[in-house]
Design a protein around this ligand. Structure first.
Ligand SMILES: Nc1ncnc2c1ncn2[C@@H]1O[C@H](COP(=O)(O)OP(=O)(O)OP(=O)(O)O)[C@@H](O)[C@H]1O
Length: 311
């Protein structure tokens, strides 16, 4: 009898272990308020090892606030954040930096550093105060610069790089950090379309778990394994792009008129937006919203008719 129980317990432990192993990040009941206002309410989700999760939602939905909680810039009022089964609030700063790399839009100025020196900062969590730079370190930095297409800018002053090049340099620094989880706040913001795609593909290729906020829903649909849709600090939907990005949900949460169809290449939803509806103060009013939707549709219909007449 006790043997049965022990083997049952072991099975349960093995099962839990494999669940924890497969789950890179688990967030439960996260809550945060500021200025007497709830900014994040009861957010729960998980991220599987090696997957990319896109955080989407309108301006002010709480995307950056959620990421700030994850990388410990903000201490939430409630909830737990676990990385591979360990509560991140128990990590020392150095241990946390070994496990989690962060790429933000607004970074401190690095006037005096070359691109290569900036990227080498990623080595810091793995070094003691008296450790010298090794040839392996230099190789790591060179490989990361090559991965983001900045080898030719290695010796240039970082501050003199373009917005997109700076962004790629920061991703190279994160690669050098060799984290288990990479957190990015709108990494494609400064990038032209070629580099938007290239950076997102690069993030997928690195093979680590990635969580990134992203405004471009079509890019999120194409590149993310999972999406978490936030609205007014709440989780509205979580799942595959196909399950999250429905026409009804997009128009309700973002207040736009749109249609979706499977992308010819990857099959996830591709969103077409319609134009021509007004933007009043009553954007949250359901009737006004519906009127806007039908105005958008009729505008589109007339434009389409006009086009067809011309043809
Ligand atoms: N420290 C703070 N104190 C007070 N309010 C805050 C603070 N940080 C964020 N907020 C508020 O929380 C809300 C969510 O902000 P957050 O930056 O997380 O949204 P977001 O989804 O990232 O928006 P965006 O898409 O515009 O970048 C906003 O209304 C913002 O004003």
């Amino acid at each position: 009898m006790s043997g049965d129980k022990n083997s049952g317990d072991k099975e349960h432990r093995d099962e839990m272990h494999s669940v924890n192993k497969a789950c890179a990040l688990a967030v439960s009941d996260l809550r945060w308020h500021a200025d007497d206002r709830a900014i994040l309410s009861d957010i729960s989700f998980s991220l599987a090892k090696g997957e990319m999760l896109g955080i989407i939602g309108p301006n002010g939905a709480g995307k950056s606030s959620l990421l700030r909680c994850l990388y410990r810039y903000i201490k939430p009022d409630n909830g737990t954040i676990s990385l591979f089964g360990q509560n991140t609030s128990h990590f020392s700063a150095k241990e946390f930096a070994r496990q989690v790399a962060v790429v933000l839009q607004d970074t401190p100025h690095h006037f005096e550093l070359t691109t290569e020196q900036l990227v080498a900062i990623g080595l810091t969590p793995h070094k003691g105060p008296f450790d010298l730079t090794t040839s392996a370190d230099r190789r790591l930095v060179a490989d990361a610069l090559e991965k983001v297409g900045l080898t030719h800018k290695a010796g240039q002053v970082y501050e003199h790089l373009s917005g997109g090049e700076k962004q790629r340099a920061l991703i190279a620094r994160a690669i050098v950090q060799q984290p288990k989880l990479l957190i990015l706040d709108e990494p494609t913001n400064h990038l032209d379309i070629r580099y938007q795609i290239q950076v997102m593909e690069l993030l997928r290729e690195i093979g680590i778990s990635v969580i990134t906020s992203i405004h471009d829903l079509n890019l999120a649909s194409a590149m993310c394994d999972q999406l978490l849709l936030l609205d007014d600090g709440r989780s509205v939907a979580h799942g595959t792009p196909k399950s999250v990005l429905t026409e009804a949900r997009i128009s309700e949460v973002f207040g736009v008129c749109c249609s979706t169809q499977p992308h010819p290449q990857h099959g996830n939803p591709q969103i077409s937006y319609f134009y021509g509806y007004s933007h009043g103060d009553n954007a949250n009013d359901k009737n006004a919203h519906d009127e806007n939707m039908s105005a958008g549709m009729s505008h589109w219909n007339s434009t389409e008719r006009h086009k067809q007449d011309e043809d």
